[in-house]
Design a binder for this molecule. Structure first.
Ligand code: IDC
Length: 359
């Protein structure tokens, strides 16, 4: 009798332990599945973006910040391979990135208007948009003028390109159009005239998408130094237009003049977006300046201004976010990142955490 009792007790004990284990597993699974169900993608949470006063806002009218990464040129071998879904997903989940910028050069290095394969380049843009859309991320289609300085140089190509793109993506909530990366060697009047025409092209197909307009002197909101033509004379009578400001943290003149220009623009209620910035000097290389970058993030976060870091590449230059020895095109570990990459990942993650649900 005593023996049977002991056996029964042992069996009961084992059963109890089993119940506990199974219970824990199931409640754990519950936690996981509830979490998966409530963790919505950025686009599912924030919907279509628009511009209200000086701010970018989400579909509920709340201020919204894009924390983005720019590709290197998608026409470059150090840019194209990173246009893949796994890379974007890693940036979204691990870095807290909610937007990608697809930079397509027009002039340099077999660019769209300088010998590049147009249909292949458009296909790559389409792929980038598709991956971003599937992942619920925002995406900028960037007409990356640079050496071609004046955006009017390739204006008819630009119109054709954006006509095609805006027709295709008019029902997408997550696509933004950047019509001229960095105008240089031309004045604001010229850029404005170009922008007015391109806005018309896009608006024929898509009434709502946010359109980003480049500003004079490589996006300094006006010509050199303390000039503020853009804030003083923005484009009139158009909705959902933003103006870009670009900076490179270790470029002395940028940190010297641009923060004040940004303050001025905000006072004038100009909607500004930092569609490109880097930690390096303006040539994409040299020492990176984290102290200046810290200052920039403070100012940009204060205004809730969106920013996109240049660039997702392993090119051997300090602006690159991947280390030159990394051959991976996705699944990047911290050890695969450059000094700039490690810094940006930390900053972006911290910002997402701070914003919580508003991220
Ligand atoms: C740089 C790339 C570099 C490439 C060069 C081409 O980092 O690898 O050789 O373009 O001319 C910008 C431009 C962006 C630049 C970047 C760094 O928008 O195209 O990329 N930069 O120089 N404006 C300021 C800096």
């Amino acid at each position: 009798m005593g023996k049977t009792n002991r056996i029964t007790k042992r069996i009961l004990g084992i059963l109890l332990a089993l119940c506990l284990v199974i219970g824990t597993v199931f409640s754990g699974a519950n936690i996981i599945s509830t979490k998966a169900a409530t963790t919505k993608t950025p686009v599912a949470t924030h919907g279509r973006l628009s511009v209200k006063g000086a701010d970018l806002v989400d579909s509920k009218g709340n201020k919204f910040q894009l924390r983005g990464i720019s590709t290197h040129g998608i026409n470059w071998d150090v840019g194209a391979p990173y246009v893949n879904k796994a890379a974007f997903k890693k940036l979204r989940d691990d870095w807290g990135v909610n937007a990608i910028r697809l930079a397509m050069y027009t002039a340099e290095y077999n660019g769209y208007c300088s010998g590049g394969n147009k249909s292949e380049l458009r296909k790559l843009v389409d792929k980038g948009v598709k991956y971003a859309t599937e992942l619920g991320m925002y995406v900028i289609i960037d007409w990356h003028i640079l050496n071609d300085g004046n955006p009017k140089t390739n204006m008819s190509e630009a119109k054709r390109f954006f006509n095609t793109m805006s027709k295709k993506y008019k029902n997408h909530k997550n696509v933004l159009y950047e019509i001229c990366n960095e105008p240089n060697g031309c004045d604001w009047t010229t850029i404005k005239s170009y922008a007015t025409q391109l806005i018309k092209t896009i608006r024929k197909n898509d009434k709502k998408a946010v359109i980003i307009v480049g500003t004079p002197t490589w996006c300094q909101l006006g010509s050199d130094g303390t000039h503020n033509e853009v804030a003083d004379s923005p484009i009139k009578g158009q909705k959902n237009i933003m103006y870009s400001l670009h900076f490179y943290a270790s470029e002395w003149a940028h940190s010297e003049y641009l923060p004040a220009k940004l303050d001025y623009a905000r006072k004038k209620k100009l909607p500004v977006i930092v569609s490109e910035f880097g930690l390096s000097a303006a040539n994409g290389d040299g020492a990176i300046d984290k102290a200046q970058a810290d200052k920039w993030f403070k100012q940009l976060n204060k205004y809730n201004i969106s920013y996109f870091c240049w660039s997702l590449s392993n090119k051997n230059e300090s602006a690159s976010l991947l280390s030159p020895s990394t051959t991976k095109t996705s699944g990047f570990r911290v050890s695969d990142l450059s000094e700039a990459g490690k810094y940006i990942r930390t900053k972006y993650r911290a910002r997402r955490k701070k914003l919580g649900k508003r991220a």
